[in-house]
Write a protein that binds this ligand. Structure first.
Ligand code: KG4
Ligand code: ZN
Length: 396
C-alpha cells in the first residue's frame, strides 16, 4: 500500500509518502519514499508560542511546496499531468475557504506530476489547533477528490506512539526496533507541546490513559520557561543546550525548584507550578545574569526530568509492562532520554525501552503515514465530507 500523509496539527507543515505491506507483528515491512517538514518556528517566535491564525496562514502557503518536495524525493515530478478543468473547478469549490491553498495547489497540479499511485491519504484530524488542522483536512480532501483516493483520519498522538514502536531505539543510540514485534502490555509516555500522558496498551493500537497533566504540558512548560529566560521559541532545544553546558562545566549558582506531584499516588502531572516557580525565581534575580539564567534552565530541566522519570517508573512497577515507549517532541531531549534509560536500567526491570531518534521525535508526517497505514488495514476510511478537525481528540 502507498500512503500519502498530511500533518498540520501545530506549527509544523509536514507531508510524507510511504510504501508498506503486511500485518504488524508478522510480515510488516515499509519504506519511506519521501518525507518533508517545514517548521514555522520563525513566524511564531515574536508571539512566544504558536499563534493559531498564523499557523493556519503558514500551512496554507507551505503545504503545496512541501508536497512538491516529497514528490521530488519520490521521483514523481517527471511527467506533466493532464488535470481537467472540471477537476480544477471542483478543487476551487472544495477549497472555497482556503484561497491560498487553492492558488498554490491548482498551479502545482496543472504544472507538475502525474496522479501518483496511492491507496490512501492519511490526515491528522486531532488533537491540535483546529484552524491549523482544518487546512490539512481541506488539503487532503481536495487531493482525495482530484486523484480519487480514499481518506483515512489519524490521531496525532497515535502517530507518536506508532512511530516510536517502529523506529524507536533502546537507549537512543543502539539497537533498532524497526518492524520487530513488541511485547505487551506496553506503556507509552507521551511528552509534547500539548500533551503529557501515560498510556497503557494491552494490545497493538488499543489504549487506556493512566494519567495526564492537570495543567500545562511538559513541552509547553519548556516553551514558557524559555520565554521567561529570554530564549527563542520553541524553547525546549535552547533550554536543553544550556542545561547540558552547565552540567559539563558545573555551575555553582544555587537554584532549587519544586518537583510537582513527584510523590503523589497516581500517574498525573502538573507543570504550571514549576513554571510559576521559575517566574518568581527570575523576578527575584533581576537583573538576570547569564550565569543565573543558565542555572535556572538546568534546574528546570532536572525538575521536569525527575518528575517524568518518577511517574514513569511508578507505572512500570505497578503495571508489569514488557515494553516502554517514549514519544512526542520532548523525547528529543538529551537529558530526559538519558535519565529514563538510566532509571530503567537501575531498576532491574525487564522492560524494553524505545525512544525515537531525536529527528523523528518532533512532529512529522511519517508518523501519520504509519498510523494511517494500520488504520487503512482496518478499513477505517472516511468520506471527505465527514472529516472534521477535533482539537481535543482523545486516544481513549
Ligand atoms: O510533538 P511536538 O513536535 O509537537 C506537539 O505535538 O506538540 O512537540 C513540540 C514540543 C515543544 O514544546 C518543544 O519545545 C519540545 O517539544 N521540544 C523539546 C526539545 N525539542 C522539542 N523539549 C525539550 N528538549 C528538546 N530537545
Ligand atoms: Zn506532536
Amino acid at each position: 500500500m502507498r500512503i500519502l500523509a498530511i500533518e498540520t496539527s501545530c506549527d509544523e507543515t509536514a507531508v510524507a509518502l510511504i510504501e508498506a505491506k503486511g500485518t504488524y507483528g508478522t510480515d510488516f515491512a515499509w519504506k519511506t519514499l519521501g518525507s518533508a517538514v517545514l517548521s514555522q518556528a520563525a513566524a511564531h517566535d515574536k508571539y512566544g508560542g504558536v499563534f493559531p491564525n498564523v499557523a493556519k496562514r503558514e500551512h496554507g502557503r507551505n503545504l503545496t511546496p512541501v508536497l512538491g518536495e516529497v514528490f521530488r524525493q519520490a521521483d514523481l515530478l517527471d511527467t506533466p499531468s493532464h488535470i481537467s478543468e472540471t477537476a480544477i473547478a471542483d478543487l476551487e469549490e472544495t477549497l472555497a475557504r482556503e484561497p491560498d491553498l487553492y492558488t498554490y495547489l491548482s498551479t502545482f497540479l496543472r504544472s507538475t506530476g502525474r496522479p501518483p499511485e496511492l491507496d490512501a491519504i492519511a490526515v491528522t484530524v486531532g488533537p491540535g489547533l483546529e484552524p491549523a488542522l482544518w487546512v490539512g483536512i481541506n488539503f487532503a480532501r481536495a487531493l482525495s477528490r482530484v486523484w480519487n483516493v480514499p481518506l483515512v483520519p489519524v490521531n496525532h498522538m497515535e502517530g507518536h506512539i506508532i512511530l516510536s514502536a517502529l523506529c524507536g531505539q533502546d537507549d537512543g543510540t543502539r539497537q533498532k526496533a524497526k518492524g520487530k514485534s513488541l511485547e505487551f502490555p506496553l506503556l507509552s509516555l507521551l511528552i509534547s507541546g500539548g500533551h503529557t500522558e501515560i498510556v497503557l496498551s494491552e494490545k497493538w493500537m488499543e489504549y487506556s490513559i493512566l494519567g495526564q497533566t492537570r495543567d500545562d504540558a511538559v513541552g509547553e512548560a519548556f516553551d514558557k520557561v524559555a520565554r521567561l529566560l529570554g530564549l527563542p521559541y520553541p524553547g525546549g532545544p535552547h533550554i536543553s543546550r544550556i542545561a547540558e553546558r552547565v552540567r559539563n562545566v558545573g555551575a555553582h549558582t544555587p537554584i532549587e525548584l519544586p518537583r510537582p506531584m513527584i510523590d503523589s499516588d497516581n500517574y498525573d502531572f502538573s507543570f504550571a507550578g514549576l513554571k510559576t516557580a521559575v517566574r518568581r525565581m527570575v523576578e527575584a534575580h533581576q537583573p538576570l545574569t547569564n550565569e543565573t539564567r543558565d542555572a535556572i534552565a538546568k534546574e528546570f530541566e532536572d525538575a521536569a526530568a525527575d518528575v517524568l522519570v518518577a511517574k514513569l517508573m511508578r507505572a512500570i512497577d505497578e503495571q508489569n509492562v514488557e515494553t516502554v515507549l517514549v514519544g512526542g517532541g520532548v523525547s528529543a531531549n538529551t537529558h530526559i532520554r538519558r535519565q529514563l534509560a538510566r532509571a530503567l536500567n537501575d531498576s532491574g526491570s525487564r522492560a524494553t525501552l524505545l525512544i525515537p531518534p531525536p529527528e523523528l521525535a518532533t512532529d512529522n508526517a511519517l508518523m501519520i503515514a504509519l498510523a494511517g497505514y494500520f488504520r487503512s488495514m482496518n478499513n477505517e476510511f472516511a468520506s471527505p465530507e465527514s472529516l472534521t478537525a477535533q482539537g481535543n481528540l482523545k486516544l481513549a
